[in-house]
Design a protein around this ligand. Sequence first.
Ligand code: ZN
Length: 319
Amino acid sequence: MGSVNGLINAQGKQPLLSFGVISDVQYADIPDGRSFLGVPRYYRHSILVLQRAVKKWNCQKAKFVMNFGDIIDGFCPKDQSLDAVMKMVKEFDNFNGPVYHMIGNHCLYNLPREKLLPLLRIHSHDGHAYYDFSPIPEYRFVILDAYDISAIGWPKDHPKTMKALKFLSEKNPNSDKNSPDGLVDLDRRFLMFNGAVGKEQLEWLDHVLLEATRSNQKVVVCCHLPLDPGASSREALLWNYDEVMNVIHRSDCVKVCLAGHDHKGGHSVDAHGIHHRVFEAALECPPGTDAFGCIDVFDDRLLLSGSGRMKSTEMIFSR
Ligand SMILES: [Zn+2]
């Protein structure tokens, strides 16, 4: 979208920083296939999308890169999972700067948390994958762990697995817990391939946002699962997106929420003026096409310049 660059020029402002984004690469060394809904998936091509993204981010001198999860696909043969994740991390490491990873359901189909988190260099306590960082004094990035309460990724007898299975049995009557059959409207999110943010993580989020407010920082919240029904399919939402948004809406430091998982992508502005941008999947790019972006950060807006299928988006803060 030419207007994005035009707007930068018209404003005559330099961004405070720029960072690269990509989501749902879902690489696997297997033939092309289709999603459950019949959307084509290009498992081997997605690594080429990532390679082109890294090249462009390096040219654009992005300060860091964020991978929104699902680095490899659930169909990756399990004896190749470890090598496939390492191969993709190596591709990301061709970027000249830090790379911040998120975990997604497809990552967890392949490897348990204890193996996955060190590979993705997510350093946290007790196997959790939430963290935050502040690349410049004016901004803080908060990365949520969308599979904190989940039936995938934790050991089978782990209390969090039990809690998730009990929750699903109460919310979804289907024998296949990945089927939304019969579930109505927002209840269609109660599927096994989604998850929730647990109580401790919610308290941590509340604390981080309080600290950010005290420090006069603007916050960008990043999560594999979308947090707003306006930007996403019902079936892709975080189980307790409403609880997370209640915490976020208590302070006014959060300006933008970014997510992956819902491959078609989306954008909305919620009732509190927060932008929600869900990224188009790298996996669903036909050969030769791309889906990645570079986000310029200003004091009053984020400007996403998308490549290929990733739509450019201007996110002006309303508060
Ligand atoms: Zn996902």
